[in-house]
Design a binder for this molecule. Structure first.
Ligand code: CP3
Length: 370
């Protein structure tokens, strides 16, 4: 994930967060508010989960990470299941997201990469010969630990919270594969689109097909919604977004619709200028970053999409009253959409206080109760 890790101001409130008692309202025991909101059905309150909710801002995650490296956490089904469940034990969250990484399936395809802390690819992919040599992904053979962790997580989920499976968007994966390392603007990857457009399309098709197989296998193993993280699509002008990123995603989503009927979520970071382009993409939910008001996104997307987002991760550093005011604006803006899942606009920062997350989750539930 790409949340900035520069030092952030200390968050207000340092008392340890007490574990949350289970909610007892009827909705918690019946249909999931998260799945209902994905489909634009009525909900008893606005559901909330947090991008990168399992991670370094949690002391229990850091404790485990002190003993086990990140890749082992993703590759050992029991550990990935444990980390997935950590935030659900602490907060009254309405969904869990599988603990893994968007780069994990690429390791399953034999690509030599490691995390330092972002993904580093030993031999960046830039030639047709390299693209042609990429094997097809066979999830059960190449990533059995991911499917095993889904099977371990499902029976342990508290309060009937559903499990979200995920993959990287084809263009975001291309960014890391072509660039070989994290970058602010991915100039190497973007110039690859212009210099070798046919090669780029072939690589995107290959990645899109691999992610369709991967996400389909996650749903078959028990994932109840599927999210595609297109973290770097906002770097593209609309014409290049349509030609490269969106074309590949359309193909992936069409393949997924043939395999499963779980809700599909497409997250576009910095996607304000791209809302019109994604309006007719066949997904249930569009995830957005904090830069565009949800009401504006809803107006462009129309009545057939729910929205997920979009509090600035930095807002969690506000004093409690100010955090409430920021959350309230997001809730109000979200009422313009046919369904709203509250989330941050991007991954939570490692410096965030868990107390601030607890306050946010409780406030969203209280304020949106109907
Ligand atoms: O949301 C969750 O709780 C599920 C887990 C999850 C991780 N990465 C764990 C992780 C998810 C959904 C991701 C997605 C991901 N990974 C994205 C898309 C979302 C986004 O941020 O735009 C991207 C671009 C990546 C690639 C990646 N992985 C980067 C850039 C980094 C380093 C970022 C950093 O903050 O250090 C990673 C490593 C990573 N992935 C960590 C975690 C918890 C940190 C690993 C550690 O413990 O050291």
């Amino acid at each position: 994930m790409s949340a900035p890790t520069q030092s952030a101001p200390p968050a207000g409130g340092t008392a340890p967060t007490a574990p949350q008692p289970p909610r007892t309202d009827a909705a918690a025991n019946t249909q999931s508010t998260f799945l209902a909101a994905c489909r634009g059905q009525p909900v008893s309150h606005t559901p909330i989960w947090v991008m990168r909710q399992a991670g370094r801002y949690l002391p229990e995650y850091r404790e485990l990470r002190a003993k086990v490296d990140f890749e082992s956490l993703t590759r050992k089904a029991e550990l990935a299941a444990e980390v997935t469940l950590q935030p659900l034990r602490r907060f009254d969250l309405d969904a869990a997201i599988l603990f893994s990484d968007i780069m994990t399936p690429l390791q399953g395809m034999g690509i030599d990469l490691h995390f330092d802390p972002g993904p580093v690819v030993r031999n960046p992919i830039r030639t047709d010969a390299q693209i042609d040599a990429l094997p097809a992904l066979r999830p059960a053979r190449d990533l059995p630990f991911v499917l095993d962790s889904i099977k371990l997580i499902r029976p342990e989920l508290p309060r009937g919270a559903p499990l979200i499976g995920f993959a990287g968007g084809p263009f975001t994966l291309l960014c890391y594969l072509v660039s070989g390392k994290p970058s602010k603007e991915f100039g190497v990857a973007r110039s690859f689109l212009y210099a070798q457009p046919e090669s780029a399309e072939r690589l995107l098709d290959h990645l899109g097909d691999a992610m369709a197989a991967y996400l389909g296998a996650q749903a078959a193993a028990g994932a109840q919604a599927l999210m595609m993280f297109e973290s770097w699509a906002g770097l593209l002008a609309p014409r290049e977004f349509n030609r490269f990123a969106l074309r590949a995603v359309r193909r992936t989503m069409a393949k997924l619709r043939e395999q499963t009927d779980v809700p599909l979520i497409y997250y576009v970071n910095q996607g304000s200028a791209l809302m019109q382009s994604v309006a007719d993409l066949d997904v249930d939910v569009i995830g957005v970053d904090w830069r565009s008001p949800l009401s504006e996104c809803a107006r462009i997307l129309g009545p057939n999409k729910s929205l997920q987002g979009n509090l600035d991760p930095a807002a969690l550093f506000a004093a409690p009253g100010e955090l409430k005011r920021s959350a309230e604006i997001v809730l109000q803006e979200g009422r313009a959409a046919r369904g709203h899942i509250f989330n941050l606009g991007h991954g939570i920062w490692p410096e965030t206080s868990p107390d601030a997350v607890a306050r946010l989750v409780d406030y969203v539930h209280e304020s949106s109760s109907r």
